[in-house]
Design a protein around this ligand. Structure first.
Ligand code: HMG
Length: 384
């Protein structure tokens, strides 16, 4: 029985900052961001958008097309948690009116957690092939203003379903994975922005990749030539390019562009989406590949700082294009509103009130759901 990804939907905020605007404000050569980092824009969530509204907005099109019928479990992957106890997925469960007979849990391991969610989902579906699992990864990447990480911010969510006889990607059983206790990137509970040892983080990302790939290759007997495309965790698109150059030494620029280029298009516009980033890359690849990828094998590398890395793979299913939301994804990215630098900084400084009082948030552009305010320390969400 084939088990894997049946549907995928991507959402990012309706606002972005152009990295040329950031470069000008910070006195940096714009080429550093556009060429050196490989990013053009970063998604910025307004005060009434958070990981819950982005997650629900990503999953909503799947609900509308009936793709969530049969979902028995919702796994919510994030490192931008909004509560120390309640799973963010329960707010999404309510907004999407999912059935009561549904397990809901939140998973965390930096940018890696959606991948363990995927594998747990495969186990659940293998045991009950008539059921589905909804995995949602949703995150806001935030670093200190003026820090080296600032240009690698972003936000977004990906919702995907795992089922038997999937329409998009049948996931292979083999995987190589690696863990090490390192401090390359972290966010203490009392901070709203991540701390990072930037250069070190890029080295650990590659170290984990090499270990995970070696194990995967030994277990599967496959070599790099067995893959039509690769998707990497994308903190910024040059990182994915560098990673693939490490695995495939001496690869030409043309070949590099062919095997990873289509997977980088959405991330260049949305920025780092942490747990969602690898899957933003997969959505970008499936939506933008000019070549029909049916029956082709894709290699995927997931990395979460701290750190865990995993290399795994899947085979694209015939007719996969019929299940894609390509037009909706492209319309979303094309229709966003550009922020001025001042607006970006104002939004950055907007803090969620912590006094337990009654607060209504101003209405910005969002997807179908918005974070309307706070009452007695309770978050209030509503249809936009
Ligand atoms: P930096 O010090 O600002 O940048 O930090 P740099 O000086 O290293 O320059 C970056 C690149 O731009 C270099 O290219 C420069 O040469 C080039 P490279 O040598 O690397 O090939 N450059 C230029 N190119 C063209 N024209 C110019 C120009 N100037 C310079 N004029 C850094 C960069 C990535 C460290 C920083 O942005 C950062 O700390 N980001 C956050 C951490 C991060 O994204 N790490 C990635 C790996 S860890 C990970 O992926 C996990 C993560 O997603 C979190 C999670 O798991 O939850 C982050």
């Amino acid at each position: 029985m084939k088990v894997g990804m049946d549907q995928i939907s991507f959402y990012t905020s309706q606002y972005f900052l152009d990295l040329k605007t950031l470069a000008e404000a910070r006195g940096v050569d714009p080429d550093k961001y556009v060429l050196g980092i490989g990013q053009e824009k970063m998604g910025i969530p307004p005060p009434d958008e958070d990981v819950v509204t982005m997650a629900a907005s990503a999953a909503f099109p799947l609900k509308e097309k009936g793709a969530l019928d049969g979902v028995e479990t919702l796994l919510f992957a994030t490192e931008s948690g909004i509560d120390q106890s309640k799973a963010a997925g329960l707010f999404v469960h309510g907004l999407l009116n999912l059935p009561e007979r549904c397990r809901v849990v939140e998973l965390k391991q930096a940018c890696y957690s959606a991948t363990v969610a995927l594998r747990m989902a495969m186990g659940l579906v293998t045991m009950r092939p008539q059921s589905k699992v909804l995995v949602i990864a949703s995150d806001v990447a935030r670093y200190e203003l003026g820090s080296p990480g600032e240009s690698t911010q972003g936000c977004g969510a990906v919702a995907f379903t795992i089922s038997a006889d999937p329409q998009l990607l049948a996931i292979d059983p083999e995987a190589g994975f690696y863990a090490a206790d390192v401090m390359d990137f972290w966010r203490p509970n009392y901070l709203s922005e991540a701390l990072v040892d930037g250069k070190f983080s890029t080295l650990v990302y590659i170290r984990a990749l090499k270990a995970a790939w070696k194990q995967y290759a030994e277990e599967s007997g496959r070599s790099l030539e067995d893959f039509a495309r690769f998707c990497y965790h994308i903190p910024f698109t040059r990182m994915a390019a560098k990673a693939h150059q490490k695995l495939s030494r001496g690869i030409s620029d043309e070949e590099l562009e062919k095997v990873i280029g289509e997977s980088l298009i959405y991330s260049r516009e949305a920025g780092n989406c942490y747990a969602a980033s690898l899957y933003v890359g997969l959505a970008s690849l499936l939506d933008n590949a000019a070549e029909d990828l049916s029956e082709k094998r894709i290699g995927l590398y997931s990395y979460g700082s701290g750190c865990v890395g995993e290399f795994f793979s899947g085979v694209v299913q015939p007719g996969y294009r019929r299940a894609l939301l390509t037009a909706a994804h492209q319309k979303l990215l094309a229709g966003r509103t550009e922020l001025t630098f001042q607006q970006y900084e104002d939004i950055y400084h907007y803090g969620i009130p912590t006094d337990g009082g009654k607060h209504d948030f101003a209405q910005y552009r969002t997807g179908p759901f918005r974070f309307a305010g706070i009452r007695e320390h309770k978050r209030i969400y509503e249809r936009a």
